[in-house]
Each structure stands twice: as C-alpha cells, then as structure tokens.
Design a protein around this ligand. Structure first.
Ligand code: ARG
Ligand code: GLU
Length: 716
C-alpha cells in the first residue's frame, strides 16, 4: 500500500512539474489554458495569442529564419542570442577592430550597423486550412498524386489571398500531413546591430560548456528593426527610422524561484516525437554515429589552423561553431536515448497501441498493419540512409565543392536562358566576395583530403563512384598528391581570378571550368549518389511519409485520452514548464540557478574558452551589481522543464505574468534527446537570466541608455 502511494506520488510530481509539448498558440485556449493556469500562469491564453487584438505574439519575431527574437522597447529594439547574431557580429569584425573579442555598443542610432541579408519576420495570422488543402485527397492516391492535389489547393489559397509588399504567405503541414495551417507574415529587411558583449561573455565556455549545465554564458546580442517613415517594412535605407512595434515585452526584475511557472514563445525548428522504434534504433546506432564521425574529422582540420593563425580563427569562427554545435548535440542525443532506454520505451508504447487497436474493430480495420509496415520501411531505408548521411555530411564540408555547385548551377542556367544567366552571374558577383572573405584554400585542401578519405573508406564499395575511385588510383591512392593537383589547377580557389573572369567573360569562364578536374569529379560523385542512393530514398521515403501520417492519425484515434502536439516545423509555438533542477546521474544533483561566482570558478587566464577580462573581474570583486544583483550575488543562467529545440534560440522566457525573465539558448546534455524522446526527469532548457543581460549592458558595457528604452517591472 505504502509502496503504491510512493509510486503514484512520484508520478504526480513529474506530471505537476513538466509538460512535454510544443503547442500551437492559436489552440492554447482550447487545449492548454486550464493546465497552464493550474501550473501557475496568471494571464490568459488570449493574452498570449489573439488574432483580433494585440497580444504577446506581436512582440515575437523569427530572427533571420533560424532563431527567435523579441521586441523589448517601443523603438524596435530586439533581443536575441549572441550565437544568433554571430554571423552579423563576425561580418563587422576585422583584425584591427575585432568586435568579436571586444564587444560593441552603439552609443547612438547612427552608430548601429546594417546587416546585408538579415531580416526579422512577424506572424500576422494563423488559420486552419486543413479542409481546403485536403479537398479532393483520397485514401487510394499515391504520395505524388496526393502531393499534387495539395499543391494545387495551396496555389488556390495563394491566388485568393491579397498580400502587402512585405507580406508573405505559407502553408505548413502538421501532424505528418493530417492538418494544414496558413501563416501570413510580415518581414523587415533593415535590421541593425546595436550591441554585443565580447565573446568571452557571449560565448563563455565555448565548446566545452556548450549543451551543458551548470552554465555561465551571457548568450545575448541586440539589434534594432528599422522601418520607413510610415513605420512600414522597407529595404535598407539611410532614411529609415526605428520601428514602433505593436507590442514589446516588459522585463521582470523579480527573477525566478524553484517551481515558478515559465513559458517559451518562439520558432522551434524540427522534432521527431512520433517515430517508430526501428527509426529510433537507427538514429542511436547508425545515423548519429556516422555524422559524428565525419564532424570529428572536419573539426580536427579546422582546429589545427585556427589555433595557430589569428586571421583564420576569425574567418572560420562561425563555421567551426556551427559544425561543432550539432556534432556535440548528437553525442548527447545518443547518450540520452540510451540512458532513458528510448527504444524500449517506443516498443512498449507500440505494444500498448497494438493492444488498444486490436480491441477496437473499426480502428483495427482502418489501421491494422500500419505500424508493422512503417517499421519495415525504416528497415529498408537503413543502408541508403547511412550513405546519405556520410555523403551529405562530407561533401558539404569541402568548400571548393560548394563553389563548384554554384558554378554548375550557373552553367545550367546558361544552357536554359541567356538573359537569366546574366542576372545569375550578377548575383554571384554580389555573393562571392562574402564567401571569399572567409575562405582559405590551404584549410580547404586539408578538408578535401580528410573528407575524401572518409568517402573511400567508410562508404561501402558498391555505393562509391567508380570514376572517383579511378582518379584516386591514378594518383597512386595518395590523397595529398591528388589534392595538391586539384587545388593547384582550380581557378575557383583564387578569388581575384574567379571574380575577374566572371566579370569579363562569364560564358567562356564557366564553359572552360566545366572541363576542370574538380568539376568533373564532383559531377560524377553527385550523379553516382543520385543513381545509387537518391533514387532508392525517393522510392522508400514516400512510403514512410504515407505510413508515418497514417500512424500519427491512428495514434490520435486509438489513444483518445492523450493530448497530442504536432512536431516542430519552424512555426510559432508555446511550451511551458517549471523552474527546476535535476539529477543527471546517481548521487549528483543540479540546482536551477547559476551565479557570477561560477564564472570566476571557471576562469582560466588566457584560455580561449574560459578567460575573463579585468573589467568583469573588478565588478565581481566589488560586488558592483547595481539594481540587478540579489543578496550580493549576480544571477547568470537558470533552467526549467520547457520542451524546446533548435530554433528556440533567442526565444523569450516569460513568467506567469507574461513578463520577460530570460533568454532561451540551450538544453542540458542529458536532455538533448528531447527532439525524439522528451523525458521530464532529464530534459531542461537553459536560459540567460535577464538580470545578467541588463547588468552586462548597464554596469559592464556602460550602455545604460539602452536600459532607459526598456520597461522594467517588479511583479508580485
Ligand atoms: N547549443 C546551442 C544551440 O544549439 C548554442 C550554440 C552556440 N554556442 C556554441 N558554443 N557553439 O544553438
Ligand atoms: N541553441 C539552440 C538554438 O539554436 C537552442 C537550443 C536547443 O536546441 O534547444 O536554436
């Protein structure tokens, strides 16, 4: 009796603390509001999302299409992560004025820095269009017939919707294609850098601390949206003025306590929560390990050069961070899935599902065998999926290959349409200088050697391109020799020659280029991949998509008492949870909050990951935290049980009143498997405490004028 009580009590405590799910803002009122209020939320679902009136959603933007940002002043000030703004920060850095190292704070609007290609997008409305999109779709259609019906229906919606110049519309599939929603967005293209802390704060702990808790990173940067004089979106112009948003977030000075309600509002990119056991097994044993292996090798090449050459360190900083990021996440994912016995959990779920399915005659008639076929289809795709992961990973690490792809695309355009060719050349002439700014052919040649080594040694022989192999043998199976020849011969590794030739005689240049060894090589490898791998994937994948959709629908009908949320798909979502520590392993317990003391504990003078400058050390020595510290301590980061993923970077962490308490930027190591298997005992999202952000801006950087723009509140 007592034992039963403990077990039930334990279960309840998990249920009360964490809720899995990335929910649709427009459905919160119907599905989640009661639960959210029970967990402590003091505002209503309508305060979060309301199509007819202003709501918190009007303060949230998709930042650059890959992160989230939020408005925090009535003058268009946007807060996001340091790592989200990093490409912009890097682009304004030179050896003489290295703002990556020094940080940057515009003292006036005039000093704010424009960023080519950077944009933010607001969501204007979200509408359920499932009936319209699925009209005419029948059970017996093939996947491609189904898709073309859907495409036609979406085109009709497109044609029937009137849009402003900077508005866009897109329709996205949810629940594996069982539902469709229409999004109307508005995009601002003039987004300027306002401020960033130096790297040692914004990326404190760099790779060693990435994806881990306890964390001490001030992962934030600030931008400003500019609009035309009518407060409308506009391309960059000197005459643009700071944008006045419909809504901006108020900043809570109160901080967090254990068990406080929190929610994250943002754009999670991609999750796979409804995979069958076979697919999860492959991620753990086949796919993740292959991708980790390729990136191990790629990172080693970059490290070798970055550690000894300052210019290369700047050039390759963003590339390194991005390759390292997923590389480390996949390792955590494998560990977490293994530790939480995710495959066994899936098998158990599948057996419960099957029992319930068989107990219901109608459902059983509709869905019998779906799950078994789905697992079978995954089994069939395994060998091709492995080669896909190796190939796409390794090919994308060689920058010369990416140049070749651009030139091959130009050549294809040339063959089709001479006028379009001219435009395409113009576009490349515009883009290539940015590419070359961060390109070093010595680094890249080394990368070629390592990646081709993987190609020949890790992929089974029957899937390797015979022409590539022949070339390799011709060079006495000496990758170094071969690479020297290719890189010496290729004009593409020389920015001046390439840009000049593209300017003066693009037709002849491209034409000659197509005969060069590297172009012939990559074309041949790509063709080989298409014929031996892609065709197979294209055969099996539609079958998987179809079965996965049926399985999704079946689960929703079979498990009627469960609330389902759709997988993340880069659309706006709300996730909620509680401030809470966790126990990553036996005998080890993590608290929910870190302090500046921890930064100093980690401090290693001169280290590239854990250095701290004299200014921050002095503030710490004097405990000079202004209004931002509590009881003589400066909070830095905290964790909660919100279910987040990549794309949620920069998302606001809101308290029960909808006020800003932090900035989401990461997940804990033991919980990165939440994309596939959320587990309340281990999954935590990591946020910078907003008070640390304010402290750095005000006390460290002396940019108090920005604080004046914000609205600080002291809620109950
Ligand atoms: N892991 C976080 C995310 O996925 C932060 C990445 C940036 N930080 C870093 N050290 N690379 O985006
Ligand atoms: N750092 C991630 C980002 O880009 C968020 C962390 C996560 O994946 O949970 O988007």
């Amino acid at each position: 009796m007592k034992k039963l009580f403990i077990v039930v009590g334990f279960f309840l405590s998990i249920v009360a603390k964490a809720d899995e799910g990335m929910w649709l803002p427009q459905l919160l009122e119907k599905i989640n509001e009661g639960r959210m209020k029970k967990m402590g939320m003091k505002i209503s679902a309508k305060d979060i999302y309301d199509i007819n009136n202003g709501s918190l959603k009007d303060a949230i933007v998709s930042f650059g299409g890959f992160c989230t940002g939020e408005l925090i002043s009535n003058q268009g000030l946007v807060l996001t992560n340091h790592h989200c703004g990093f490409s912009a920060i890097q682009s304004h850095s030179t050896i003489e004025n290295n703002i990556i190292e020094k940080g940057f704070w515009a003292k006036t609007n005039k000093e704010e820095l424009a960023n080519k290609g950077l944009f933010v997008t607001f969501i204007k409305s979200i509408t359920d269009v499932s009936d319209k999109v699925l009209a005419g779709v029948t059970k017996n259609m093939t996947e491609s017939e189904r898709q073309s019906t859907i495409d036609k229906n979406i085109k009709q919606i497109n044609d029937a919707t009137k849009l402003g110049q900077f508005e866009k519309l897109f329709v996205r599939a949810f629940f594996e294609g069982n539902a469709y929603y229409l999004f109307i967005t508005e995009t601002f293209n003039d987004v300027r850098l306002v401020g960033t802390p130096p790297n040692f704060i914004g990326n404190f702990g760099v790779d060693s601390d990435n994806w881990t808790w306890p964390r001490h990173t001030g992962d934030f940067s600030m931008f400003r949206i500019y609009a035309n004089k009518n407060n409308e979106p506009a391309d960059y112009s000197e005459n643009n003025i700071p944008y006045t948003p419909k809504r901006f977030l108020h900043i809570s000075m109160k901080g967090v306590k254990e068990n406080d309600f929190t929610m994250i509002f943002g754009f999670p990119g991609k999750t796979n929560e409804y995979l069958p056991s076979e697919a999860v097994q492959q991620i753990v044993n086949i796919n993740d390990p292959a991708k980790i292996y390729v990136r191990d090798k790629a990172l080693a090449v970059l490290r070798k050069y970055m550690h000894t050459d300052k210019a290369i360190k700047i050039q390759y900083a963003a590339k390194y961070a991005s390759i390292a990021n997923a590389w480390k996440k996949w390792q955590g994912e494998v560990l977490g899935l293994t530790k939480t016995k995710a495959v066994e959990k899936k098998l158990k779920h599948e057996s419960t599902y099957n029992t319930k399915l068989k107990a219901n005659t109608t459902l059983n008639e509709n869905y019998a065998g779906v799950l078994e076929k789905l697992n079978g289809a995954y089994k069939n795709i395994e060998q091709f999926g492995l080669v896909r992961d190796y190939y796409l990973e390794l090919v994308s690490k060689v920058e010369l290959f990416s140049l070749v792809n651009r030139m091959v695309a130009l050549n294809n355009t040339y063959k089709k349409d001479a006028k379009e060719f001219k435009n395409a050349v113009e576009r490349q002439l515009n883009l290539l200088p940015d590419f070359y700014k961060n390109y070093n052919s010595e680094v890249d040649k080394d990368m070629f050697i390592e990646m081709m080594d993987i190609y020949f040694n890790k992929i089974s022989k029957r899937f390797i391109d015979a022409n590539a192999l022949e070339q390799f043998y011709k060079n006495e199976s000496d990758l170094k020799k071969w690479a020297n020849k290719i890189y010496a011969e290729s004009i593409l590794v020389n920015s001046e020659k390439t840009l000049n030739s593209l300017k003066t005689n693009p037709e002849e240049f491209i034409n000659n280029l197509m005969q060069s060894e590297v172009v012939v090589l990559l074309n041949s490898m790509n063709t080989n991949y298409r014929e031996k791998i892609a065709t197979q994937l294209n055969k099996i994948q539609p079958e998987i998509d179809n079965l996965q959709r049926l399985y999704m629908k079946a689960q929703m009908e079979v498990m009627k008492d469960k609330k389902f949320y759709p997988d993340a798909n880069s659309t706006l979502r709300v996730t909620y949870g509680k401030v809470d520590g966790y126990s990553p392993a036996d005998g080890r317990v993590y608290k929910f909050q870190t302090y500046l003391d921890g930064v100093m504990e980690k401090y290693i003078p001169g280290d590239y990951e854990f250095d701290v400058d004299a200014k921050l050390r002095a503030l710490y020595e004097k405990k000079d935290y202004g209004i931002y510290g509590v009881n003589g301590k400066m909070p830095v980061c905290f964790i909660a049980s919100n279910h987040t993923t990549g794309g949620n970077s920069g998302s606001p962490a809101l308290n029960a009143y909808g006020n800003l308490i932090g900035l989401n930027f990461d997940r804990g190591w033991e919980g990165t498997m939440s994309d596939i298997n959320y587990d309340a005992s281990l999954c935590r999202n990591i946020m910078v405490d907003i008070r640390y952000v304010l402290f750095i801006i005000d006390k460290y950087a002396g940019a108090g004028h920005l604080i004046k723009e914000m609205k600080l509140v002291y809620d109950k």
